[in-house]
Design a protein around this ligand. Sequence first.
Ligand SMILES: Nc1ncnc2c1ncn2[C@@H]1O[C@H](COP(=O)(O)OP(=O)(O)OP(=O)(O)O)[C@@H](O)[C@H]1O
Ligand SMILES: [Mg+2]
Length: 343
Amino acid sequence: MIGNKIESKVAPTHAGGPLLEVKNLKVSFETVNGRVLAVNDLNFSVQTGQRIGIVGESGSGKSVAAQALMGILRGADISGEIIFRGTNLLELEEDHYRKLRGWDISYVFQDPLSALDPIRTIGDQVSQVLRLRNVKAAEAKNKTLEILDRVGIKDPQRRYNDYPHQFSGGMRQRAMIAMALIGEPSLVIADEPTTSLDVRVQAQVIDLFNKLTEEQGTAVIFITHDLSIMAGFAEDVYVMYAGNIVESAKTDEIYYRSIHPYTLGLLGSIPRIRGPVLKSLTAIKGKPPAPTDIPPGCPFHPRCTYASSECAELKPTLQIPKSGNHLSACHHSELLSQKNGSR
Ligand SMILES: Nc1ncnc2c1ncn2[C@@H]1O[C@H](COP(=O)(O)OP(=O)(O)OP(=O)(O)O)[C@@H](O)[C@H]1O
Ligand SMILES: [Mg+2]
């Protein structure tokens, strides 16, 4: 523990329900090329201390969804409900929302360089949450040095007064994690926290993030395009494509018994529909659609090896297929579910 947990005074009502419940979240932007529906009907919940993963290729709407949850999206139309500890955040006044950020919900930005203020020292930025809570300056500094040390920043006493440009990419990402965790929030949203790092540093930062959130019992929404890093971390995985959740299940189910062709493509192993041998293929063909040009029917159908005429016409709903046990939005999930038996 970094210190005594300060209970939220912002959204205190929470009668045993999920910590966070997202219902029918839609986010759209008006652009010169027309309306962009970046997030379409997102539904999921997070229990206290639970870890979930949101996975999808670039442009699938992961960051837009995360920033909508954080209340930091500008110029977007947002509808639905974001219920945190029983309060719909979309109805919260900005003043309250601001207090909630960093206090009870914090965000690890995808790009630390643009998220950190270049003209303020690392120490000043990491300790900010504590100062907002009126923690005395000396105590805030001590706690900041402690967390900088715990996230693996050597010689924190000296590095405290460094500016972001004096930190390497890996160090900046660690500082962002320190900033997100110093207030011991109930929920952290980590948006591709390791994208800009080399593979070795990536692994170290993820290990560290996992360890700290586990120690603090923090609920985590981990956003990534790399499904493989969810193993052993997230309990549930939500796969997003073109703003929609297309499959969701326990992580093991997703890895070993996926019933959505897109997820199977992300896993790099698309089983064949015909023939007894399930053959591994690699990358998904084509590119995700531009948000102004989402195809009718199943948004994935132009890239899908299983697509039939039905897929081009009718958008599949996210549901549990008859012989399956997790949610999938695919007209062929039933078939894929039967195939699972032979996989
Ligand atoms: N302010 C905006 N105005 C218009 N369109 C936007 C805006 N912000 C995001 N978008 C669009 O919304 C879609 C989803 O973007 P988002 O950043 O959520 O993708 P992502 O899944 O986080 O991708 P990545 O893995 O590259 O980070 C994209 O097509 C993006 O161009
Ligand atoms: Mg993103």
